[in-house]
Design a protein around this ligand. Structure first.
Ligand SMILES: Nc1ncnc2c1ncn2[C@@H]1O[C@H](COP(=O)(O)OP(=O)(O)O)[C@@H](O)[C@H]1O
Ligand SMILES: [Mg+2]
Length: 406
């Protein structure tokens, strides 16, 4: 039985849950009881009022970064056990750069970005440990995980804006586009009037390449096409000059041609606001075109990170290599698209060794024994994989010999 630290308090972890996933009534009760305790602690923490700013001011590790994730753990306390959606994630978003976060569906990309926005569904979902540091335009740095909700409201949607995959879920169907856009400006821009807000909204709609601006301003979301709605979302995100845009699968719901237009637009937008973009996608093609830096996630952890050149020219982790091979248009031999075999392990019950072990075609003995350490290949290139650990070089050689000899 283990412990984890929840805001400097020790909380007991459940026993390892039986592989079968069938829970006995006793286990269900135990989980419910544990969850209740976690929820109570959490609610107390978040209800704090009049928290002084000193309590959540911090320092960046590198002042060139807008955001630093540092060993972030975000869990969901569900009825069947604790889902470790984000399980020790660390990476930086430098000022003026596009950071691509890539990985198969369910690997924790969205929960990572929701953690940054303090939008993880509470009390089930909680940031249990780690840091998220954010630096504003004046150089002030905030520890997001310690910020009370009311302080967060000044950052969310203003300094950090979010664009989602399906705009229909973020646009309210019963209000006209114009009203919704004006509201964002009125909320965040001091002494904005309804006239100045409308002027700003129209300006932004023009900026994102919408032709009949007045008409769109007066439309309801359902009257627009998917591509148009996504443009509106980008316009809305831009209206407060954000320092960071989080784009979570921004083009997944769109046709290929529209997809290219929206990506181009995002790139223009980034240069215009001199800001950064955290671009989340399962599509390596999008990353190749857009990103400066790449973070590869698997089962709640980062398995590899580096510059876009490093990741594409010299991928190290077998998972990254598999993702590359499964891209349409990559040099596949037959007429069938390659796909990585097997499934992601159960997120409630992760093994104590490499999470990719059961799917990896390069696995050797140590891979089923311990979780790999972080290996460094350049100033910017890292991967967690035993294949590159000098400690295991001789095991690897032995194994290769054995295979060759039959
Ligand atoms: N509200 C929730 N309750 C329970 N589990 C959740 C919730 N939201 C996400 N998860 C789980 O967290 C993991 C990561 O999800 P997510 O970050 O959405 O993945 P993706 O990489 O596709 O964006 C998944 O296993 C998912 O089932
Ligand atoms: Mg997602």
């Amino acid at each position: 039985m283990g412990f984890f630290n929840f805001k400097n308090k020790k909380i007991q972890l459940e026993d390892d849950i039986d592989e079968t996933m069938y829970l006995s009534v006793k286990e269900e009760r135990r989980i419910a009881k544990e969850n209740k305790k976690v929820f109570r602690d959490y609610t107390k923490l978040k209800r704090r009022k009049n928290v002084s700013e000193e309590e959540y001011l911090t320092q960046m590790r590198d002042s060139a970064n807008v955001v630093e994730f540092d060993d972030l753990h975000t869990y969901f306390y569900t009825d069947v056990g604790t889902v470790k959606s984000v399980n020790g994630v660390s990476f930086d978003v430098p000022q003026g750069k596009i950071v691509g976060v890539v990985g198969e569906s369910g690997c924790g990309k969205s929960v990572t970005s929701l953690s940054l926005m303090q939008l993880v569904q509470a009390p089930t979902g909680q940031i249990v440990s780690g840091s998220i540091r954010y630096q504003d335009a004046t150089g002030k740095c905030y520890e997001i995980t310690d910020m009370p909700t009311d302080a967060m409201l000044h950052i969310r949607g203003k300094d950090i804006a979010m664009i989602f995959q399906e705009p229909m879920t973020s646009l309210n169907p019963v209000f006209k586009i114009g009203n919704q856009m004006d509201e964002v400006v009125l909320l965040h821009v001091e002494d904005a009037t309804s006239e100045s807000a409308k002027a700003r909204s129209i300006e932004m709609l023009n900026l994102v390449g919408i032709a009949d601006v007045e008409k769109v301003y007066d439309s309801y979301p359902h009257e627009l096409s998917g591509g148009m709605r996504q443009r509106v979302m980008i316009a809305m995100a831009l209206s407060c000059d954000p320092r960071l845009i989080i784009a979570d699968e921004p083009t997944t719901a769109l046709d290929v041609t529209i997809q290219a237009q929206i990506l181009e637009l995002l790139r223009e937008v980034k240069d215009r606001i001199h800001g950064s973009i955290m671009l989340i996608t399962h599509d390596l093609g999008v990353i190749a075109e857009m990103a400066d830096l790449v973070v590869v996630m698997y089962a709640g952890r980062i398995v590899e990170k580096g510059t876009v050149q490093e990741i594409f020219k010299n991928p190290k982790h077998p998972y990254t290599i598999g993702l590359m091979k499964s891209r349409p248009g990559s040099q596949n031999t037959g007429d069938r698209l390659y796909s990585i075999k097997g499934q992601v392990p159960n997120p409630i019950n992760m093994p104590p060794y490499c999470y990719f072990y059961n799917r990896c075609d390069k696995a050797f003995a140590p891979c089923s024994q311990s979780y790999p350490d972080l290996m460094q290949f350049s100033k910017t290139h890292f991967a967690n994989c035993h294949l590159y650990d000098p400690k295991y070089a001789s095991d690897l050689k032995d194994e290769k010999m054995e295979k060759q000899n039959g």
